[in-house]
Ligand binder design. Structure first.
Ligand code: ADP
Ligand code: MG
Length: 393
């Protein structure tokens, strides 16, 4: 990565404003998964050890520019404090006199978490005045919020034009792992793309066609491709207005060195429910009243073989409607294959990560990305605005 990181700058005694991604899942009473808080600990601890006064900024949920009590960051500060083993100061605002007093009151090695930046509509507008108000709280800016780096918001992008700005360790690691998979993958390099919408995945498929050796397509995404191949897909979820685009991608794949694999058999049911009969069909036999809800066993076998012999694997998107048991076999089999692949394995996307966790295989994955949208955009070859704005090395 050609960007400066916290290792390149002196931080002792400085107020270091760190944008983290503490957008954790909540269930009304508490935090259901603290992965994102844990992921920020290396940067926070490195800064504390170096004598910085650490001021953290984050968003949580989608308050859309107003104060939403349920989206205050205080419970997150509490969990962070447990994980750090030290108290974490809080503020009920992220700009203005209270926030400034909290930041100014920190001693070297101490940590504060300010209030949800998305309580201000100016955050998502990337309002320069709001970015300057945030910048008042620090001497230096660190972006460690990989999960928000694809957004050009005031706390992820605007502020980097006001303060000296460098990358945190999590951001650095995400870019290093994803970047080397794209730039110098150990081959064979297999990419698995599933999920629902082709429109979400077109760019990543297009970009990976020039990088990967095998592209394995499943999920609702595959349905649109099957349609483009001329198959009947019954009432399957797909995007009719993206069929022509899928056909174009198939043509491009034909001219590339990358092999694009589509399901050869599928699991079909009349409804997306667990109490209905389901049946395996060859792709050219899908009944007109059926819905394709998973890849079939023959396809699973092909895909698992490709993953097992790969030295680099990227996975984004489940291969079927895995939340419903009868349609989870494809996703479970691929999760196991990725988990057991001895090569470099990278998993991105909330639902794919959930599938890996359900299988108890997270520990066996080289890199579980903390940013779904950000990792997809990066793998599509796009420069992330939150990264672009950081100081060059
Ligand atoms: P990720 O969060 O890993 O990026 P997506 O959000 O793109 O993945 O897609 C996940 C969703 O796709 C899951 O809810 C899953 O049920 C759904 N899905 C996958 N295959 C199908 C299918 N054949 N029909 C309907 N929904 C599907
Ligand atoms: Mg998802």
């Amino acid at each position: 990565m050609n960007k400066q990181t916290i290792r390149d700058v002196a931080v002792a005694g400085k107020r270091v404003l760190v944008r983290v991604d503490f957008n954790v899942p909540l269930d009304g009473t508490g935090i259901t998964d603290d992965t994102r808080i844990r992921a920020a600990l290396p940067t926070i601890n490195a800064l504390r050890d170096a004598g910085a006064r650490v001021v953290l900024l984050s968003h949580l949920g989608r308050p859309k520019g107003t104060v939403v009590a349920a989206l205050r960051l205080a419970p997150v500060a509490e969990r962070l404090s447990e994980l750090l083993g030290t108290s974490v100061a809080t503020s009920t605002a992220c700009i203005g006199p209270e926030a400034e007093a909290v930041a100014a009151g920190l001693r070297p090695g101490e940590v504060a978490l300010l209030e949800n930046v998305r309580f201000h509509a100016a955050e998502e507008r990337n309002d320069p005045a709001f970015a300057r108000a945030l910048a008042e709280l620090g001497d230096l800016y660190v972006n460690d919020a990989f999960g928000a780096a694809h957004r050009a918001h005031a706390s992820t992008e605007g502020i980097a034009h006001v303060l000296p700005a460098v990358a945190g360790l999590l951001l650095e690691r995400e870019l290093a792992v994803l970047g080397s998979a794209l730039e110098q993958p150990e081959r064979p390099f297999a990419a698995i793309i599933g999920g629902v919408k082709v429109s979400d995945k077109i760019e990543v498929i297009d970009h990976l066609l020039t990088r990967a050796d095998e592209l394995l397509i499943g999920g609702g995404v595959a349905n649109t491709f099957l349609r483009a191949q001329g198959y009947e897909i019954g009432r399957s979820r797909h995007e009719p207005d993206k069929v022509a685009l899928a056909a174009e991608l198939l043509e491009r794949a034909g001219q590339s060195d990358c092999e694009l694999l589509l399901p050869t058999d599928v699991v079909v049911a009349p409804e997306a429910a667990d109490d209905v009969p389901h049946q395996v069909f060859a792709v050219d036999q899908t009944p007109a009243n059926g819905m394709i809800l998973d890849i079939g066993p023959q396809t699973v076998q092909h895909y698992v073989q490709a993953v097992e012999s790969a030295h680099t694997v990227i996975w984004n998107g489940p291969l079927g409607l895995f939340e419903i048991e009868p349609f989870s076999a494809g996703t479970r089999a691929l999760a196991a294959a990725v988990g057991h692949c001895p090569g470099t394995t990278i998993v991105g996307g909330g639902d794919s990560i959930a599938a890996i966790e359900q299988a108890g295989l997270s520990d066996r994955i080289t890199h579980v990305s903390t940013g779904g949208g950000a990792s997809l955009e990066f793998l599509s070859g796009r420069m992330l605005p939150g990264v672009a704005a950081l100081a060059e090395r």
